[in-house]
Ligand binder design. Sequence first.
Ligand SMILES: C[S@@+](CC[C@H](N)C(=O)[O-])C[C@H]1O[C@@H](n2cnc3c(N)ncnc32)[C@H](O)[C@@H]1O
Length: 393
Amino acid sequence: MTPGARAQAAIELLDEIIAAAKAGGAAADTIIVRYFKTRRYAGSGDRRAIRELVYGAIRRAGDCPVDGRAALVGLARERPELVAAFDGSRHCPAPIGEDEVGAEASIIPQWLDNRVAATLSADELPALLERAPLDLRVNRLKATPEDVLAFLPEARPGAFSPDALRLPEGHPIEASPLYAEGKVEVQDEGSQLIALASRAAPGMTVIDLCAGAGGKTLALAAMMGGEGRLIACDVDRRLMRLGARADRAGVGSLDMRLLDGAREAERLADLAGAADVVLIDAPCSGTGTWRRNPEARWRLTEARLARLTALQARVLELGAPLVRLGGRLVYATCSVLAEEGRDRVAAFLASHAGWTVEELPFTAGKADGAGRLLNPASDGTDGFFVASLIRSC
Ligand SMILES: C[S@@+](CC[C@H](N)C(=O)[O-])C[C@H]1O[C@@H](n2cnc3c(N)ncnc32)[C@H](O)[C@@H]1O
C-alpha cells in the first residue's frame, strides 16, 4: 500500500473507532482486527504502519475528534512527513486545506482537566499516555523470581513488588514455555501491589468481589500458597475464563460465583462476617490505564462517571458486611480521579462506624486521603488508588 492508502485506511478506522466510542461499541483493537480480516491485501508492514497511525492519532487527542480525518490531520500537523500522504490521488485522502487544523492535541479530555489536576501535577500528566511497560508477575505456586530470571536474563526486577519483573517492550513472552507452564502472568506491577495490599496469607478466607477475568485472584492465590478459601465473584461472564487460567497457574481450589447484579447480597449471604480479606477492585473509569487504552478517554462522560461512582458505593456496601471482626477491606480502582478513590473511601468511613485505616505494606505511590495513589510518572505503574480498612466492631 502507498503512504496515501495507509493514511486513508487509518482515517476509515478512526471513523469507526470514534463512532464506537460515542455509541459504546467495540474497542479500537477489536475494530482494527476486524478491519484487516476483510482486507487481505494489507501486508504485515501495512498493518503495522496503519495501526501506528491510528494509535498515534488517538494518543494525541484527549477529546473525541469530530471524525477520522480531523484526528489524522491533527497528527499530520505534528508529523510533516505525513502531510504528503494527503495527495488526493486514488485511494488517498484529499490534500489538507490551508486552514484545516485537525483535532486539538491534549492529554486529558477538557471536562476532566481540573479533576485530574486535583490529584496529579502537570508534569505527571504525559506519562498517563506513554507506552506501558511489559510487566510479569512470577507465580510463586510454580516458580521463584530467580528461576524465571535464569530463563529471562533480559528481565529486570520491579521497583516495588518482590514478584514483579519488567521485560523490554514487545517481548513475545506469551510464546514462552514459562507462560505456557503458568510460571509467569502478564500483570502490571501496580495490579500486583493491589493484591499485596490485601496481605492475603495461607489459611485465610479471601473474597475477590470484583474478580473480572481473575488477574488479581491468581495473585491472591499465590500469596495463599494453596491453603485457605478463595472466592472469586463478578457479575460478568468473563469470570468463567478464570477456571482455565487457574488450572494453568496451579491454583488448587477456587470458589467462583457469577453474581446476578440485582441479587448479589443473597448469593453472598453465607459469607457474612466470614472473610479475613475482602478485595474490592471496583469498576471504574480506568483513567489510570489510559496508556494501555487511550480511546477510553473518548468513552468517558459525566453521566458514565456518575454511574460508576454510584456503583463503587454499592459494591462497598456489598463487600463490607462480609469482613469478619478484625478483618480487612481493601478498596482499589485503576483511576486517578479523587471521586473514585479518596472521596469514595472518605464517604464510606463517614457513614460507617467501626472501621480504621491501615498503612499499606509498600512505599509506592503518594498518600491520598485514607489510601495511596500510584501513577505512571512517579511509580512506573498504571494509575491506581488503594486503601486498606480494618473492621474493629
Ligand atoms: C476493575 S474490574 C476488575 C478487574 C479484575 N479484578 C482483575 O484483576 O482483572 C471491575 C469488575 O467489577 C465488576 N463488577 C461490576 N459491578 C459489580 C457488582 N455489582 N458486583 C461484583 N462485581 C461487579 C465488573 O464486571 C468488572 O469485572
